[in-house]
Design a protein around this ligand. Structure first.
Ligand code: ARG
Length: 273
């Protein structure tokens, strides 16, 4: 018998892809010589926002800034838990200026922002499960930042080492299905070091495991509201396994953004009050 999953309304912060482009290469997906279809990117992004709203979620937008082509990837600029905002410090100099734009948005919206001392790329590498902060390192966010995050939130931070450059951010290899203390996750084990794989297997013995194909089609860069899973349409096998567990896949195609190494989750910052 499949369980009936209950969605919970979320508040998301997004950034319109007005200045989106692939102008430099800071991950293996980015090829500055192969152009992005900007009109298609706009349509795809609008479809994501419509899908969120149609499922009852609130969507706020931050004004995009010229010269910051990756600013559309809102997830990287902060992690917010219990109304507390831990900001970002990007690894790549090309992205560093994004942080202050997001910080200003949060300040205007009434939040204090903690600025990290060490490289930290927000929800790209910091995934709140409802119980722990799973924290990726290896390519971007540092272990020093993990310590700073634990000190700031007072929640246990579980450091996980990423080993495959295609999955340079934790949110390309793992996502949270329920966001409750007893909730579950989906992930691609081979993206992690052997020890980190063991940690995940101990914490989440019932996790939904993804294949390399699922991960390479950005299937793990998904957003779940506890029932509906906004997921890349090409991740069919993973969507099928989620459906077997009672989740409802909502396919949203962000193929143009994959040219920059990003997908649904990358475009979405969750504001947890
Ligand atoms: N081009 C961006 C970068 O490499 C993509 C960021 C994707 N965001 C994410 N949350 N994984 O930084």
């Amino acid at each position: 018998m499949t369980v009936s999953r209950v969605p919970s309304p979320r508040r998301f912060l997004v950034c319109e892809p007005r200045h989106f482009a692939v102008q430099y290469a800071i991950n293996p997906w980015m090829r500055p010589d192969s152009p992005v279809d900007i009109d298609l990117a706009h349509e795809q992004w609008q479809a994501l926002i419509r899908a969120y709203r149609a499922h009852g979620h609130t969507v706020d937008t931050v004004e995009p800034a010229p010269g910051l082509p990756d600013m559309v990837f809102a997830a990287n600029s902060a992690v917010v838990v219990g109304g507390r905002v831990f900001g970002s410090l990007f690894h790549a100099p090309e992205r560093r200026a994004e942080s202050s734009h997001y910080d200003s948005w949060f300040k205007t919206a009434g939040f204090d922002v903690h600025r990290p001392e060490s490289v930290c790329e927000g929800e790209g590498d910091l995934v709140w499960t409802g119980r722990y902060m799973l924290a990726g390192t290896g390519f971007r966010t540092t272990r020093e930042a993990h310590r700073e995050v634990q000190e700031f939130f007072g929640h246990p931070v579980v450091s996980l080492t990423l080993v495959d450059p295609h999955f340079y951010h934790l949110d390309t290899a793992l996502f949270v299905l329920d966001g409750r203390p007893d909730g579950n996750i989906a992930y691609y084990p081979e993206a992690f070091s052997p020890g980190s794989r063991e940690v995940l297997a101990r914490l989440y013995p019932d996790a939904v495991l993804a294949t390399r194909d699922d991960a390479m089609t950005f299937g793990l860069n998904s957003v779940s509201d506890g029932r509906n899973v906004f997921i890349a349409p090409r991740a069919e096998a993973l969507a099928g396994r989620l459906a077997d567990r009672g989740y409802v896949p909502v396919p949203v195609d962000l193929s143009e953004f994959q040219k920059a190494g990003g997908g649904i989750k990358c475009c979405t910052q969750e504001i947890r009050s």
